[in-house]
Structure formats: C-alpha cells, structure tokens
Design a protein around this ligand. Sequence first.
Ligand code: OMP
Length: 282
Amino acid sequence: MTTSPEPFGARLRRSMDERGPLCVGIDPHASLLAEWGLNDDVAGLERFSRTVVEAVAERVAVLKPQSAFFERFGSRGIAVLEKSVEEARAAGALIVMDAKRGDIGSTMAAYAESFLRKDAPLFSDALTVSPYLGYGSLGPAVELARESGAGLFVLALTSNPEGGEVQHAMRADGRSVGATMLAHLAAENAGEEPLGSFGAVVGATLGDLSSYDLDINGPLLAPGIGAQGATPADLPGVFGAAVRNVVPNVSRGVLRHGPDVVTLREAAERFAEEIRAAVAAG
Ligand SMILES: O=C(O)c1cc(=O)[nH]c(=O)n1[C@@H]1O[C@H](COP(=O)(O)O)[C@@H](O)[C@H]1O
C-alpha cells in the first residue's frame, strides 16, 4: 500500500509554527557577490549559496532560491542550485523554488516535471508560477503538486509597481484580474486543513489590501520587505486577518549582511523577531 505524502500546506504550517514564518531568499546578485569579496563566477556562486544555507537553513521555515541568478551560469550554475536545494532540505528548511514558470498546459506539464516530480534533480517543496496565460494553464502543475505533496505560489498581486496594469485590470464581471487569481486559489484550497498547499504571491509593498479577499486558506508569500521598502511592521496593515498565513520573504535585506555566517544569521534573526512581533500584534 502506498501512503500519500504529507501535503505542502500542512508541512509549511508546522514549520512556520515551529520556526516562525520568515522566508530568506537566496538571490546571488552580481553586486552582492562583489560586496562579499567573491568573484562573479561559479565558485563565487557556490560559496555564496552554501554560506546562506549554512547560516539559516536550520533555523528558518523557508528558503527561496531565485533560479535566475543560478541560470546565469548555465549548467554549472544549475548544479550549484541542485546542491543548495539538497543541503537546505537536509537542514530542515522547505524550498520554494522561485522560477516563476508559466506556459500553455502541455509545456506547463514539463515545468511541473522539472520541479514538482519527487525524483527530479530540482524537486522543490513549492514553485512560483505565473497564471497570466490563464489560471487553467497551471492545471498540470496543480495536479502533480497534489500527487507529490508539493505546493505552488501563484503570482496574484506582485510587489513591483508595474504589476498593477495587469493585476488591477477589471474584468467584464467587475472583478479584478488579481482578485480572480485569489478566488481560484481559494477554490483549490477549500476544505484543506490546517492550510492548503496553493499559495498566492502578494507583495508586502502594496499598502492596504482590504478590498481584496485574502482569505484563500493557503499561504501568502510576501516579498518586498527590506530592499523594496516594506518593513515587518507593515504586515498587519497590508494583510489584516490573513497575516497569520503570511510567509514574508527577505532577500537583499538579509544577504547584504554577509559574508560572515554569524552576522548573516543574526540579520535573519532580527527580521524573524520583528516579523514575529508584528504578526502577534496584528
Ligand atoms: O515570487 C517572488 O518571490 C517575487 C514576487 C514579487 O511580486 N516580487 C518579488 O520581489 N519577488 C521575488 O522576491 C525576491 C525579492 O528580493 P529582495 O527585494 O532582495 O528582498 C526576488 O527574488 C524577487 O524575484
């Protein structure tokens, strides 16, 4: 008899409760490699990524490698990404692979195989995906995620100022495009306990979102804290009652404190503490 794997949402809820909700990004910008005294090459990439994993993977709930910075180095960069994913998962962190995939359904199935099939070299606990070829095009990824006990984070209301022209656009039924994505996710997660596995990306930079129904019974990945100007203290005002399900991401705000492992860890802990306090007050 095969037992089905524990769903991502349940694993994430437990990890957030035990470790706090902070997600640290692994974003090896060329400028950060330089600040850390590393070369902009595969050896520099590997040292950077390993240092972040060593500093925080045993402590934070989630690590989010930004695939673009690894892809920049071709197959050897991808090999570093594979190793980092393996090491971070071994240390108990959940991996959200930030690859923002999105395509017609038949191609989406291949993206899903790449990141959400249990035995794939880049298997990740969850994957960021773009629904802007239509939410239904994500179907194969939803299906494989369910089978593998993995999850998705669907771009709903992104942190960047340009996102509004698409996401705030009004449909004929009077609902915005972003709100429509949130509604799809709420349907996906209906009845799941303690938390569904199909999350939304909602920027922490967006101000008051009370006109949106963020109650999707799933996690809300909230980038934008630190380098993009949002702070942990903003979270209750942006997310309201949904703040309990927010996974706040900080990349450069933490990473600029490297390369010393202890200093990096302390920077992550400061954010984690501020986030804990803000969520408790919210
Ligand atoms: O999906 C994401 O993670 C994401 C969505 C979004 O709306 N905005 C956003 O900044 N991100 C990612 O989150 C990270 C933010 O990095 P920092 O601005 O350095 O904290 C980057 O890896 C972005 O690609």
